[in-house]
Design a protein around this ligand. Structure first.
Ligand code: HEM
Length: 239
């Protein structure tokens, strides 16, 4: 019997991807977007998170445990699956294939990312954890994103995350019988693709906000924050 066919374990894999991890990613990309308004605003947002009550509990049971289960079970599914499975059309087979490719890539990316920023454990790159150092958060990230290969790697990570979550939503609502009927599932696919494109745009703009005020948007859109005395990226980094 294949582990990937075990009903309960599979449902648990789908629900962990959508509920704790999906919600976390929306919040995470939103927090990162605060970098559009400069160093002070971003560091303040990180500081607020560090002062949340039950933070360690939320981190362990809301992020790390679901992430570990979702990643390990996802790798098992990928290794047991055949390349052309399913009764989906030609396009859907490709979508499902990308779901597995992005999953395997994300396993490596997220592992690197958590060691890098959360724990500061990448020798030669960053050895200052953001956890416990909110006042340095912006300068830690902006120093790294000025290195071209790191920025490219993160944009690939954001793209993989956006696709994986967007199409994951579609797989979830179809498999759980929430969206039934061919037409409804087709419309749901458009919604999922829109979620993926939106997440990619927001995540990429957040990444660029660490090396350029307001990211890829005209600076005028973020002027309000600058006028209120918010510091521009790179002008005060004490890191
Ligand atoms: C613009 C891109 C990104 C930036 C600037 C960024 C920034 C950060 C920072 C600074 C932390 C450490 C937070 C702290 O210790 O207080 C962190 C943690 C984390 N990030 Fe990201 N991140 C980005 C993209 C991503 C992506 C694409 C994913 C998902 C696959 C992701 C998943 C996580 C996870 C799971 C943690 C650990 C959460 C925790 O320990 O509380 N991040 N990120």
């Amino acid at each position: 019997m294949k582990i990937s066919n075990t009903f309960l374990l599979r449902k648990l894999h789908q629900i962990t991807g959508v509920v704790p991890l999906g919600i976390f990613l929306f919040v995470h990309f939103f927090t990162n977007s605060k970098a559009m308004n400069g160093e002070k605003v971003f560091n303040g947002a990180v500081e607020d998170i560090h002062h949340l009550p039950y933070l360690l509990f939320i981190e362990i049971f809301g992020i790390f445990v679901p992430l570990l289960y979702h990643s390990v079970y996802g790798i098992i599914i990928s290794s047991e699956a055949r390349v052309n499975v399913g009764n989906y059309g030609y396009g859907r087979n490709w979508f499902y294939f990308f779901q597995r490719v992005t999953g395997v890539f994300l396993f490596l990316f997220v592992f690197f990312h958590i060691l890098n920023f959360r724990f500061g454990l990448i020798p030669g790159l960053n050895q200052t954890p953001v956890a416990g150092n909110a006042s340095l958060a912006f300068s830690i990230v902006s120093r790294e994103f000025s290195i071209v290969w790191v920025l490219v790697f993160y944009i690939l990570g954001i793209a993989a995350t956006a696709w994986h979550l967007g199409y994951g939503l579609w797989l979830f609502v179809v498999d759980w019988g929430i969206v039934i009927g061919e037409k409804a599932q087709k419309y749901m696919l458009y919604v999922s693709i829109a979620v993926a494109v939106g997440l990619f745009a927001v995540g990429t703009n957040a990444a660029f906000s660490f090396i350029r005020p307001c990211g890829l948007f005209p600076k005028a859109l973020c002027e309000g924050a600058e006028k209120k005395g918010v510091v521009e990226p790179g002008k005060t980094g004490k890191f």
